[in-house]
Design a protein around this ligand. Structure first.
Ligand code: HEM
Length: 342
């Protein structure tokens, strides 16, 4: 870390984010919130769908003509609450993405991290557009699927961002476990994509495609039992590869953290499979869908966390903000603050 704390002899350029050099801890906390909101919005979106609350607010960005918030009597209160809550989460998600972007710029993090957080912002904008198109095409099943799947990509990338932020920019690249385990994790992630795609197809063919008013023509015309079985069997393929990854981690005696991540992923896949089988057996009750969606985000996030542990930066001297320039900037800011308060 630089020992020169005087602003006069410190060469770093404070612009464009001059006022803030957050620590790695703060950056990670913001990235974690972003990850939670990315997953959370798919859950609130599914609650809107299964409760048929889409018209709880009938204008945008106002909830009703002349009112930003729900109005008593304008629509059933539960629909207003669900739709309004979902809209609020969009703003929270945008705020979180913006906060992460400003934080990593402020801390002068490496390009990889800045690009990752920029992609999160771009993804949210793209999702807003896709969401609009989904409504325009009357919630046709493929549009609902194409709206859901990018969110899973964003959850995956948000979890990767969370991992990467924790690694110092000046650290050395290292592989905590052999490459073959990482490659099997990639195969597992591909199998997970198949699970997710066939999941949206199962929904598309089922009773909860789109919303309450969706017509039969807008559903996917395949046998629901058949597609649900393809979906279920692809889950076993995903589970199989994940088990190989975790067995590999134990075989090479990987770190406790990585082994724990692996075990948690297996547990979450089993919980998700349990929910899936239960909802299939019970004839897909509405209440089960948000749980199945929530757990989809959880397994996607943990798949990413485990995979991204395969190549990490270790060591390094940038211990406070994650970047040497950020650490120096923090020193300058602390110095300036000290001068002001003195
Ligand atoms: C890791 C395991 C699993 C994941 C990640 C997963 C993911 C998904 C996803 C993303 C959807 C689409 C949700 C939507 O668009 O609303 C879905 C739907 C569905 N899944 Fe799974 N699933 C898993 C395992 C299972 C299993 C083992 C079954 C048992 C057959 C199952 C049964 C269903 C059913 C019946 C639907 C349709 C629900 C509806 O009509 O909305 N899932 N799944």
């Amino acid at each position: 870390m630089s020992t020169s704390v005087s602003p006069s002899n410190n060469p770093i350029e404070l612009k464009p984010i001059t006022f803030w050099a957050p620590t790695t801890k703060v950056q990670r906390l913001l990235a974690l919130l972003l990850l939670i909101f990315q997953g959370g919005i798919t859950v609130t979106g599914s609650i809107v769908r299964v409760t048929g609350s889409g018209l709880g607010c009938d204008t945008w960005p106002l909830c009703h003509e002349g009112s930003l918030v729900p109005v008593a009597g304008a629509a059933p209160w539960i629909h207003q609450a669900v739709e309004f809550g979902n809209r609020m989460l969009t703003f929270v998600l945008v705020a979180a993405a913006l906060a992460v972007f400003i934080a990593v710029l402020g801390a002068k993090r490496r390009k990889e991290i800045v690009v990752h957080s920029f992609i999160q912002g771009l993804g949210i904008i793209a999702q807003a557009v896709i969401g609009g198109i989904t409504v325009l095409v009357d919630l046709h099943w493929y549009a609902v699927a194409l709206h859901f799947l990018p969110s899973m990509v964003l959850v995956f990338l948000a979890a990767t961002l969370y991992t990467r932020i924790g690694e110092p920019d000046d650290g050395e690249m290292s592989s905590p476990f052999p490459n073959w385990i990482r490659n099997v994790a990639v195969v597992g992630a591909v199998a997970l994509s198949v699970v997710l795609i066939t999941g949206t197809m199962t929904t598309g063919a089922g009773v909860h495609s789109g919303d309450a008013d969706i017509s039969m023509e807008d559903r996917l015309d395949v046998n629901i039992d058949w597609i649900a079985h393809v979906h279920g069997y692809s889950m076993y393929v995903y589970l199989f590869f994940t088990l190989i990854v975790v067995a590999g981690l134990y075989k090479v005696n990987a770190s406790k953290h990585n082994k724990q991540l692996g075990l948690m992923l297996i547990l979450f896949i089993l919980v998700q499979a349990g929910i899936g089988i239960l909802q299939y057996r019970l004839g897909v009750p509405r209440w089960s869908i948000p749980f199945h969606i929530a757990m989809s985000s959880v397994v996607v996030a943990f798949t990413s966390l485990l995979w991204s542990q395969g190549r990490v930066r270790v060591g390094g001297k940038a211990t406070t903000t994650g970047s040497l320039d950020g650490d120096a900037k923090l020193e300058v800011l602390s110095y300036q603050k000290g001068v002001k308060t003195a």
